[in-house]
Design a protein around this ligand. Structure first.
Ligand SMILES: [Zn+2]
Length: 120
């Protein structure tokens, strides 16, 4: 029996496959028709974990405009939440003024973000 050492690349591919599954991809029961590798289905497309570059799938997903906007909205909302909490606790009127102008900026930015999944 020929034993092959585990290649690092193979391990990375498995990691990427696991990452995709965590993001909602499903493992398919059928092997890849080209190379016999494990296939996963992600966002309606089937990818082979062996011969296809899953890292680009993950990277392009991470960098999509929607993802960035969603992340920004989350950050801004949590900052607004923090700011409003600190405004409630702040007794110094000069600092209150700072917090309020900061919140106004957050609000402005939030209002400029495209709305969630609404068609024009
Ligand atoms: Zn394949």
């Amino acid at each position: 029996m020929a034993s092959r050492p585990l290649s690092g690349a193979g391990k990375d591919k498995m990691k990427l496959a696991v990452q995709l599954v965590r993001r909602g991809a499903t493992m398919l029961g059928e092997p890849c028709p080209k190379c016999g590798g494990i296939q996963v289905k992600y966002e309606g497309k089937v990818y082979c974990t062996s011969h296809e570059d899953l890292s680009s799938v993950i990277t392009s997903d991470r960098m999509s405009f929607d993802t960035v906007v969603a992340g920004m909205r989350e950050v801004l909302l949590s900052k607004l939440n923090e700011a409003s909490a600190s405004l409630g606790a702040e007794k110094d009127s000069a600092k209150q003024d700072q917090v309020v102008s900061l919140m106004a900026k957050y609000f402005e930015l939030l209002s400029k973000l495209p709305k969630d999944r609404q068609s024009p």
